[in-house]
Design a protein around this ligand. Structure first.
Ligand SMILES: Cc1ncc(COP(=O)(O)O)c(C=O)c1O
Length: 446
């Protein structure tokens, strides 16, 4: 058995997902509403999510570690979120005002308490809109023309940041270069994006200093892909150099916000960015994005500033600050702020990671875990390379085995935990890992 056998077995044992996906592909381009959702031979089609569990079209159940790409920190259909959404429906009577309303202020106060760097705030409907708007603000504030981003960092699917997301030989990490990650990107964005190597302070310092007159913003995932930390000195150096060079530092905390610590990666490092983008968890499972930061930068978009559009950064969105997303997000934050709640999710994450690592050692599988707070991923150890195996293929094989044992995180994706993942789910997960590691030993020369 090899990887393609595992994939065929996956396909043939899920006839209803297969049939549905085929139909979907006739009306939805590629059968998926997002390229990242596809994997071979077809992605699972789900019909239900409850707590930590998903049920697919064939009635198979899975402990869910994808959690809608990390958005569902309380799991699927948590009662406090359900109640909050029902209350909006009863009390406000609408899903959107398209105007200022009290829940907006409530949310800003909660965010500002946990993220004091976010002195002034605006809402958007997605993480992509948040990073796009943060960059626009930074360029307007500095009057410069270029942005800098890190090789391997994802900031959503808009033109200025769909560059060097997937690391290739060309795009890094040793020799970062602006390489488009999509067809159809105007050359302008490639020409106006400077790519930096994460972790390599010397190179970053050189590039930023040389291009100080052009670069208006540095945007980064403060933990790459949500789970790979930078060194503390790297973060501190980046903060002080950007400040010195007059470059706006943007933390994209769409993944890390409320997950690494409740106060995000900025609390974890103790480093204050100029602007922050939030998304995912802050909407409690409904669409949202948030941009906030230094008042002087945020005020660039204030209509109170000037009535001349040449003086103001434009920002708008029909559903910005809609009461459903805000109520769900507020319920999530308030629940997580109850004493011990968040820490207990972190404790369960730590215990799961330890359990997986112990099993990996026992079965001599060359994987370890890397992460912080409630996010982690499985990464190949040195031995994986030494053994001459292809670590990515090995990981993929493991992911298909895990899916067969009822564990879902989408092949090659990171693991996110939720409040709904209790002892039962953890035990089920470790049993599934044990069986999958046993099978992996049989099929791979590890
Ligand atoms: C770090 C980061 N930034 C931005 C985004 C884009 O957010 P959205 O998918 O809500 O547009 C994502 C989404 O995964 C993300 O992980």
């Amino acid at each position: 058995m090899n990887l393609s056998d595992l994939q065929s077995h996956f396909g043939s044992s899920r006839p209803k997902s297969a049939a549905f996906f085929e139909q979907a592909a006739s009306l939805i381009a590629g059968g998926v509403n997002g390229n990242l959702r596809y994997y071979q031979p077809f992605p699972l089609v789900f019909q239900q999510g409850r707590g930590a569990w998903l049920t697919d079209a064939d009635g198979k159940t899975y402990v869910d570690y994808l959690l809608s790409y990390g958005a569902l920190l309380l799991g699927h259909g948590h009662p406090v979120i359900r109640e909050a959404v029902e209350t909006v429906w009863e009390e406000q009577g609408t899903s959107s005002f398209g105007a200022t309303h009290p829940l907006e202020l409530d949310m800003c106060s909660e965010i500002n308490q946990l993220y004091p760097s976010m002195e002034s705030i605006r809402f958007t409907n997605s993480g992509l809109e948040a990073t796009l708007f943060a960059l626009r603000l930074a360029l307007a504030y500095t009057g410069k023309t270029h942005i800098a981003k890190f090789s391997g960092h994802y900031h959503g699917s808009h033109d200025h940041v769909l560059i060097s997301v997937n690391q290739t030989k060309e795009s890094g990490p040793a020799m970062p270069k602006a390489v488009p990650d999509s067809k159809g990107l105007p050359d302008y964005y490639v020409e106006h994006t400077v790519v930096l190597p994460f972790h390599d302070w010397e190179a970053c310092e050189k590039i930023l200093t040389e291009k100080r007159d052009e670069i208006g913003a540095v945007i980064l995932e403060p933990l790459q892909s949500g789970y790979i930390s930078a060194d503390q000195p790297f973060m501190e150096n980046l903060r002080s150099l950007t400040e010195h060079l007059g470059i706006v530092l943007i933390f994209d905390e769409v993944k890390t916000g409320f997950r690494i610590t409740l106060g995000g990666a900025q609390t974890y490092y103790g480093v204050k960015p100029d602007l922050t983008a939030l998304g995912k968890v802050v909407g409690g499972g409904f669409p949202i994005g948030v941009v906030g930061g230094k008042r002087a930068i945020m005020e660039m978009c204030s209509p109170l500033r000037s009535s001349s559009k040449a003086e103001v950064v434009f920002h708008s969105g029909t559903f910005n600050g809609n009461p459903i997303s805000l109520a769900a997000g507020l319920a999530t934050i308030r629940y997580l702020k109850q004493p011990g709640r968040f820490d207990s999710i972190v404790d369960r994450t730590t215990s799961l990671r330890k359990g997986i690592e112990t099993l990996a050692r026992e079965y001599r599988i060359p994987f370890s875990t890397v992460g912080a707070g409630t996010i982690f991923n499985l990464v190949p150890t040195e031995e994986a390379n030494d053994a001459g195996t292809n670590p990515q293929e090995l990981r993929l094989a493991l992911d298909y085995l895990l899916m067969d044992e009822g564990i879902y995180t989408k092949p090659l994706n990171r693991f996110s935990m939720s409040d709904a993942h209790g002892e039962t789910e953890l035990q089920a997960t470790l049993q599934a890992f044990e069986k999958s590691f046993q099978a992996l030993r049989q099929i791979a020369a590890v």
